[in-house]
Design a protein around this ligand. Structure first.
Ligand code: COA
Length: 270
């Protein structure tokens, strides 16, 4: 992790759950919370990713990580995760809804299942996990939810329309929950990260090296984002106790300059 502007005990005693936390950005979120004193749990579909991710966090921070296999598309599986954290911690202070799925596919050729798979993970999954953890968040200290969106959630998301529609829904849900849960002591915010070259993003969204350069060319900052710097934005939202219903855009100015997924998607999918 790079240098943090935050005190290393900023989240001492906080209990944090990151979905999709076994790999990529989610793992960086978990590690950064742990590095600032939090107890962390990571949950995803893949037990091997979770075990490797937990070991990475423990090696880096000395913090033991709770792991739990979950499929955010399955309400029973989500309920089992909530029951485990209730018996382990009794409350939750920070929920990061990071689990996602995405692939290029033009709408005219997209099957019902392809649409459903992404919307079910991203939008319905965020609803399901947030609702299931509402009772634990109510018992949390300065509790908050951070939902991960994308800068194609406003404007258009050609060739990733399932993801765009789902992320737009998550953004609206963020604001609705911010109002519904303000009086319950739970803040709800969204982070719109920049493009981070995780293994998953490379495999699914920009498989060829020249594509990475094409994306970089659309970012006014002149470089891709790092998972660690995105993690600091999540911590900032979780720590900002008068901020709710906000979407923090940390994309190096990319959305103001244009959307690269149109050009890339055309290359990959047309
Ligand atoms: N292009 C077109 N359709 C695709 C696809 C692709 N690359 N990947 C999945 N689909 C379709 C499948 O064909 C299937 O539809 P069908 O039954 O009509 O054939 C439907 O989506 C569900 O696919 P399936 O593989 O059964 O779903 P899954 O639950 O195993 O996986 C995802 C769905 C989205 C999770 C998976 O594609 C995935 O892992 N994506 C990458 C993960 C990711 O996005 N990581 C982060 C990078 S940003």
């Amino acid at each position: 992790m790079g240098e943090s502007p935050f005190r290393d005990d900023l989240f001492a005693g906080a209990r944090v759950l990151v979905t999709g936390g076994g790999t990529g950005m989610g793992l960086a979120f978990a590690q950064t919370f742990a590095a600032h004193g939090a107890q962390v749990a990571i949950a995803s579909r893949n037990a091997e990713h979770l075990a490797a991710g937990a070991a990475t966090v423990t090696d880096a921070t000395g913090t033991e990580v709770l792991t739990h296999v979950v499929d955010v598309r399955d309400a029973e599986s989500v309920a089992a995760l909530a029951a485990t954290l209730e018996s382990e911690w009794g409350a939750l202070d920070v929920l990061v809804n990071n689990a996602a799925g995405n692939f290029f596919a033009p709408v005219a050729e997209m099957s019902e299942n392809a649409w459903r798979a992404v919307v079910d993970i991203v939008l319905d999954g965020t609803f399901r996990v947030s609702r299931a953890f509402h009772p634990l968040l109510r018992k949390g200290r300065d509790a908050s939810v951070v939902n991960i969106v994308a800068n194609y959630a406003w404007g258009a998301a050609s060739y990733v329309a399932h993801s765009g529609a789902a992320k737009a829904g998550v953004l609206n849900l963020t604001r609705s929950l911010a109002l519904e849960w303000a009086s319950h002591g739970i803040r709800v915010n969204a982070l719109c990260p920049g493009v981070v070259p995780t293994e998953g993003a490379r495999a699914n969204l920009f498989p060829a090296p020249e594509m990475e350069q094409m994306i970089t060319d659309t970012i006014p900052k002149g470089r891709l984002a790092t998972a660690d710097e995105m993690a600091l934005q999540v911590l900032w939202l979780a720590a900002s106790d008068y901020v709710t219903g906000e979407c923090l855009v940390a994309d190096g100015g990319q959305w103001l300059a244009g959307n690269p997924f149109y050009t890339l998607g055309k290359l990959v999918a047309d």
